[in-house]
Design a protein around this ligand. Sequence first.
Ligand SMILES: C[S@@+](CC[C@H](N)C(=O)[O-])C[C@H]1O[C@@H](n2cnc3c(N)ncnc32)[C@H](O)[C@@H]1O
Length: 222
Amino acid sequence: MGKNKLAKFEENLGFKNLFQFPATILPWEAPLRGHWQEGYYGNSNPVVLEMGCGKGDYTVGLARRYPDKNFVGLDIKGARLWRGCKTATEESMANVAFVRTRAEFVERVFAPGEISEIWITFPDPQPSKPNKRLCSPMFLERYRKLFPGGRGIVHLKTDDGDLYEYCLHEVVEPAGYEILASTADLYAEETAQSEAAAVQTFYEKRWLAEGRKIKYLAFRLM
Ligand SMILES: C[S@@+](CC[C@H](N)C(=O)[O-])C[C@H]1O[C@@H](n2cnc3c(N)ncnc32)[C@H](O)[C@@H]1O
């Protein structure tokens, strides 16, 4: 393991905005589960979750734009999360938190009804493991339970055409979820004003520089 990574892990221990949980199947529950609003953010504003947030660009970017909402980014990789934690700490952003755990454990971190909206930004496409896709029916069922009354909006941004088609045609349409936005080229002239284009993640900037098209899908679970 690189020295740089170890230094980041060490610094992660001191961040007040980072909550780290075991990547184990042994039972555990986040102490803030069910109490994130008053217990961490100190308000009753809606909590927006980013799954697989990596360096947290989207979580931090949205939090800057929407100070009246709370944001939390979840990822398993501590060295990536370090970047978001550091930026949010340096900017004294009280509406940002990060969680280090496996996405599969999201219900151990948040209680039913605790999350208002979910962003899935450039998830690993997992071509041979559909159930591991962060937009698979298994994951969507987990997310549904986190929304108040089971109703809430999920946003997917991806450069992967197969993943976009899978989510749209094999998951969202068959389930009858209301589609709020769907584009295979987010930055095409007519859709460039979309809110989803306002913040770009680390991977998004890389794919855009390579000339790849960014796909965007927003739908309402119910
Ligand atoms: C391609 S990166 C995208 C990162 C970031 N959203 C971006 O756009 O820059 C995918 C991220 O998802 C995380 N990830 C993938 N599967 C995960 C899982 N099961 N639990 C937690 N994080 C996961 C990886 O650690 C990685 O940081």
